[in-house]
Ligand binder design. Structure first.
Ligand SMILES: [Fe+2]
Length: 187
């Protein structure tokens, strides 16, 4: 599936979920109603805007030591918008996003992203995303994200199109837990 700013999602029935706490925000409803796919830059803008609205996500965020915590803020055909809480030591497996473009903004704490150029996983590149940092990525992005700090981290993630399955690239403990359905699969 190609991703482009003007490309529209074609489906027989549009499915839209907005977190009940956000239904009163007209700009959130407008994002959820958009039918065109979002570019990486547009996703970046969305995550930055949500992160800046502290009163919007702070009442919702949770951090649990059992597993990475996540909550869908918006799920439509064109957009997935997630709030994610990372306790110290929590990490994703190495994964891609199934062909979706994506973006993240760190709203609290900091995250370490390890980016892989291709599925061979050679020459990984390590990026530290401090509070306020933001990044967008292409549909071909392969990475692992971790909270390597001593305090909780919070991040906002957006993907377009929605509903594509992440693909795993390693046999780490995190990947085995995801494969067994014992831990969060949200990217
Ligand atoms: Fe990811």
């Amino acid at each position: 599936m190609s991703v482009g700013g003007a490309k529209k999602v074609h489906s027989a029935r549009s499915r839209i979920h907005i977190h009940p706490s956000l239904e009163g925000a007209s700009w959130i409803r407008k994002l959820a109603a958009r039918r065109e796919l979002f570019s990486g830059g547009a996703l970046l803008d969305v995550t930055v805007q949500v992160a800046s609205q502290i009163g919007l996500w702070r009442p919702l965020i949770r951090h649990t030591t059992e597993a990475r915590w996540y909550e869908a803020l918006v799920l439509s055909d064109a957009l997935e918008l997630w709030l994610i809480g990372w306790a110290p030591g929590q990490a994703t497996p190495i994964h891609d996003h199934g062909g979706a473009a994506g973006a993240l903004t760190v709203a609290g704490g900091h995250l370490v992203e390890t980016v892989h150029r291709d599925p061979s996983l050679a020459q990984p590149r390590r990026i530290i995303h401090a509070q306020g940092a933001r990044a967008s990525f292409s549909p071909y992005h392969i990475h692992r994200v971790a909270n390597e700090g001593a305090v909780n981290a919070t991040s906002i993630h957006a993907y377009s199109p929605a509903g594509l399955e992440m693909r795993l690239y390693d046999d780490s403990v995190e990947a085995r837990l995801v494969a067994d359905g014992n831990v969060a699969t949200q990217r």
